[in-house]
Design a protein around this ligand. Structure first.
Ligand code: FAD
Length: 381
């Protein structure tokens, strides 16, 4: 491992690697990435691959649009097929409040150029054969949302970054961040130390732990989120379906499997990736209610990963007051994969040009003490 680098990124998930990829392509390859496990060990290797542009805030809509544009060309840029399929996202609302939220969101999304439209339950049934819409009030559908296979995204970003000079160290854990006189001087790992003046905390569900290595307290907390996948079926399901009532979401992957999860109000913050029978039975019941034709389908596998949650559902980006050179890139909850390409690009431009970046300022750590929160309401999970 190199003993000195311009920048050290702690966390080899999609956010850390997207930043390394964009920085290296912009000319800064003197980067060391430190990953405690294998690539895809964290949430980036455990998620549902959903990529939607339907959001409730302008920031998220713009970031997701920019990310979709990057995902559309990423396979060509990295040489890895990411299985990106734009079959749309269909949101279901079951009460007047949720329906009004969808109406408001669709207006905002249309004003920003998205093709989202409201659908009646009957129109939604035409889109998803066999969908049970009893109790559904109103739906929102964007044909340009989609799903991808997360692993080749991670591998592709890593391959290009490595080819441009980035050193990625897997099975290497950051154990200390040495801060002297309020400035970062080195990162200590279980395989040696790297001298540097800038460290990026892209540690996902572990971001609070990593921040503490530099004496910094983040409001982020990790929550287990479970997910499952069925045996492969002949393709029949175009969009990702999301039920706002209980947070159930499911899609059909390019390999034919039904892949999905749902929120659990009883989940407490913890670093726990075990699989539960509770999830299996709740998810099976929810799938059966929404799509009774799945009754005979076999579940092949279930697993879990972390949502790195912040109090307002938005990420933590940028500088850390009191520790010069400590940069946050975390807190992406259940939607970091779909925002990673754009956020990585914006953060890379900000780091290289050292100019003001409104997005980075809005999502700075100080907002939690100043109370200037910008709440995202269309969060699943
Ligand atoms: C079940 C599930 C479904 C999801 N579905 C979706 C979806 O459909 N669409 C979507 O956009 N998002 C989804 N998400 C969220 C998405 O996966 C995350 O927001 C995203 O992957 C976060 O990326 P990251 O790079 O911040 O974190 P991670 O991928 O977790 O990467 C952080 C890395 O830091 C490493 N690390 C931590 N501590 C240290 C240390 N001390 N030293 C070295 N390395 C360290 C970890 O090993 C880890 O690999 C889902 C998440 C889960 C769990």
């Amino acid at each position: 491992m190199r003993d000195r680098a311009e920048l050290v990124i702690i966390g080899g998930g999609v956010l850390g690697l997207s930043l390394a990829y964009h920085l290296a392509r912009m000319g800064l390859g003197d980067i060391v990435v430190i990953e405690q496990g294998y690539l895809c060990f964290g949430a980036s290797g455990r998620n549902g691959g959903g990529v939607r542009q339907q959001w409730s805030t302008e920031d998220h809509i713009r970031l997701a649009r920019r990310s979709v544009a990057i995902y559309r060309r990423l396979a060509a840029e990295t040489g890895f097929n990411i299985w990106f399929r734009q079959g749309g996202y269909l949101f279901l609302s079951r009460d007047a409040v949720a329906a009004a939220t969808l109406e408001r969101n669709v207006k905002l999304q249309n004003s920003l150029g998205l093709r989202t439209r409201l659908l009646s339950p009957a129109q939604a049934r035409r889109l998803v054969d066999g969908l049970d819409t009893s109790g559904v009030e109103l739906c929102a559908y964007n044909p340009d949302d989609g799903v991808l296979f997360p692993w080749p995204v991670v591998w592709g970003l890593a391959r290009v970054a490595t080819s441009l000079g980035v050193e990625i160290n897997t099975f290497c854990r950051a154990t200390a961040i040495d801060v002297q006189g309020g400035r970062i001087v080195k990162v200590v790992t279980d395989r040696g130390a790297v001298a540097t003046s800038r460290v990026v905390n892209a540690a996902g569900g572990w971001s609070s732990q990593v921040a503490r290595l530099a004496g910094v307290e983040l409001p982020n907390r990790p929550y287990r989120h479970e997910i499952l996948v069925s045996e492969p079926l002949k393709p029949f399901l175009e969009p990702m379906v999301c039920d706002l009532a209980d947070g159930t979401y499911f899609s059909q992957t390019m390999r034919g499997e039904i892949c999905g999860g749902l929120s659990d109000p009883l989940e407490h913050s913890s670093l726990n990736t075990s699989s539960s029978l509770r999830f299996l039975s709740r998810m099976s019941a929810s799938l059966l209610r929404l799509l009774p034709r799945l009754g005979g389908v076999k579940i092949l596998r279930q697993w879990a990963g972390y949502y790195d949650e912040t109090p307002d559902g938005n990420p933590v980006l940028g500088r850390t007051a009191g520790v010069e050179g400590f940069i946050q890139l975390n807190g992406f909850g259940g939607h970091g994969f779909m925002l990673a390409p754009a956020v990585g690009q914006i953060m890379a431009e900000w780091l290289l040009r050292r100019v003001r970046e409104p997005l980075v300022e809005r999502y700075g750590l100080e907002r939690f003490s100043s109370g200037q929160l910008q709440r995202e309401t269309l969060v699943i999970g």
